[in-house]
Write a protein that binds this ligand. Structure first.
Ligand SMILES: Cc1cc2nc3c(=O)[nH]c(=O)nc-3n(C[C@H](O)[C@H](O)[C@H](O)COP(=O)(O)OP(=O)(O)OC[C@H]3O[C@@H](n4cnc5c(N)ncnc54)[C@H](O)[C@@H]3O)c2cc1C
Length: 482
């Protein structure tokens, strides 16, 4: 269920798996396009290079192959517009469905939202409840639901629907429709806030302020790609124990060594950064222009390693580690491409875009829909015509109540998800043939907002489905029991 990039990757992996009888793709919108890669504005870029923005996790980037076959002059380091990844996912998904159909597999796209999954009465399949009351039955269930619900700050939730409040920067035509001289406050300073700032600043009279608790922008990189050699070995990772009081120091030393190996003399990520957002951006943009971004060449490896080596920690150990290192992870793992940094810098130098040094103490709607008043910690009051929330997205809340998996319903308890991505509905820990992929697996794998992680999950799940021993009765949604 879900029909975005993760589902596209899974279908690609399943297209050659024998014994599948039928596949139901359940999703309300267009197959292949989700929030991020459904963006149509050609100026909205990926922050990951072509090399890792692939629906397959191994070998040559499949996105590179796809773009090269269509005459796009891109290399593996390039950051391409996100709409191209959307087209790619959509075409690969369509092709996978065609391949499945040509093998006699029945496929259909059911345009609805899933609300729950319960074990069926036959003990070998699941009943999938849809919004509107319909129920579908399937033997293997893949949750590929992404993270598409805007995470609105609680204080703004009562104002949902106000024309002066956009709950998300996407679709970006809502931003371009704002008045040419609008003063806009964007809540957030990470990737979607930067998209919002850049799209809004295309109209030269608009004034844009970004505000967030960190008051800094992500670091700047010129590529995010896999490297031919691993700089921290698996044995080295395994020798680190999360409860070791020396853990952070040991990891930091290994990282510094890895960065030095990747590029002797190169700069190492810093947990604390001096200077204003603009000064920092100027400095890091200049470093990127001259190619002095040594840390970037260990990032792809670091993300893979964090997912591979923290997934069998306890939830408490993972939470503690990622809470301690969130600022570092947010700045460097989610760094921005140099072209975006250049655009941001020039908007800042024109005084069209600013990053506020602190968050407003309060935001109050003006009378009769006349924008918003921000009260800043230095005592100033400032008027904005519009607020744009770029405060992130959340995956559907998964919960188990009475042996049923519920999506975005109140109550219940979060299900355990194994390292095999299978969900446990029962207290005896029995693994169901329900898999959580991509953002749905965020309680087990820490870095899931990344297409490469989805592709890894899809490979893992497809292999489990393919390798299911013949005597096991359950199979992909509707698959006949062997
Ligand atoms: C602003 C932004 C920028 C990003 N940029 C990058 C990038 O540059 N590089 C990168 O690697 N990753 C990036 N990501 C992460 C990337 O979007 C995800 O890795 C990828 O989209 C995951 O695909 P998905 O199919 O899991 O989710 P999506 O592509 O979001 O698709 C989710 C699907 O699930 C459906 N759905 C949701 N709820 C239900 C329900 N209850 N029932 C049925 N269907 C449902 C939706 O309709 C949709 O079809 C970005 C994410 C965001 C938010």
């Amino acid at each position: 269920m879900g029909a975005g990039a993760t589902a596209a990757s899974l279908l690609m992996q399943l297209s050659g798996v024998p014994g599948i009888d039928s596949i139901d793709l359940i999703a309300p919108g267009t197959a292949g396009l989700g929030t991020a890669f459904g963006a149509t504005d050609p100026s909205v870029l990926c922050n990951t290079s072509v090399d890792v923005t692939s629906l397959t996790a191994h070998g040559t980037s499949d996105l590179l192959r796809y773009l090269a076959a269509r005459g796009h002059p891109v290399g593996r380091d390039d950051f391409v517009p996100r709409y191209l990844v959307g087209q790619y996912a959509r075409e690969r998904l369509t092709r996978a469905l065609q391949q499945l159909r040509s093998r006699g597999v029945r496929t259909r796209h059911v345009r609805s939202r899933v609300t729950g999954v319960a074990p069926g009465n036959d003990g070998r399949s699941y009943d999938v409840s849809l919004a509107g009351g319909h129920v579908l039955n399937g033997t293997d269930i893949a949750l590929c639901l992404g993270a598409d619900a805007p995470a609105l700050p609680p204080a703004l939730q009562p104002h949902t629907g106000s024309p002066q409040l956009l709950d998300s920067p996407y679709p970006t035509n809502r931003l371009t429709r704002l008045p040419d001289d609008a003063r806009v406050l964007v809540l957030g300073s990470k990737l979607s806030a930067i998209d919002a700032g850049l799209v809004l600043c295309r109209s030269p009279r608009r004034r844009v302020t970004l505000t967030s608790p960190s008051a800094v922008l992500p670091a700047v990189r010129t590529r995010l790609r896999r490297m031919p050699t691993m700089h921290i070995s698996s044995d080295d990772w395994r020798s680190l124990h999360p409860d070791d009081p020396e853990f952070d120091g040991k990891l930091a030393r290994r990282l510094v060594r890895a960065v030095r190996r990747a590029s002797p003399g190169g700069t190492v990520p810093r947990p604390r950064t001096a200077g204003t957002a603009e000064e920092l951006l100027r400095r890091e943009t200049q470093q990127a222009r001259t190619g002095a971004v040594a840390w970037q060449d260990v990032m792809a490896e670091l993300i893979d390693a964090l997912n591979a080596h923290t997934c069998d920690w306890t939830q408490r150990q993972r939470d503690a580690f990622f809470t301690r290192h969130r600022p570092l992870i947010a700045r460097y793992i989610s760094a921005i491409p140099l072209p975006n940094a250049e655009l941001l810098l020039s908007a800042m130098e024109r005084r069209q875009l600013t990053v506020a040094p602190a968050q407003p103490r309060s935001l109050t709607p003006g009378p009769q829909g006349q924008g918003w008043h921000a009260h800043w910690p230095d005592g100033r009051d400032e008027h904005f015509d519009h607020l744009v929330c770029a405060t992130g997205y959340r995956a559907p809340r998964l919960a188990v109540a009475d042996g049923t998996l519920l999506l975005d319903a109140p109550g219940g308890t979060p299900p355990a998800i194994g390292t095999d991505l299978r969900i446990r509905l029962r207290s005896d820990g029995h693994a169901e043939r329900i898999w959580a992929l991509g953002a749905c697996a965020g309680s087990r794998y820490p870095i899931v907002n990344y297409l490469r992680a989805s592709a890894q999950h899809a490979e893992n799940v497809a292999a489990q489905i393919r390798d299911t021993p013949q005597q096991l009765p359950l199979a992909l949604d509707g698959r006949t029991s062997p």
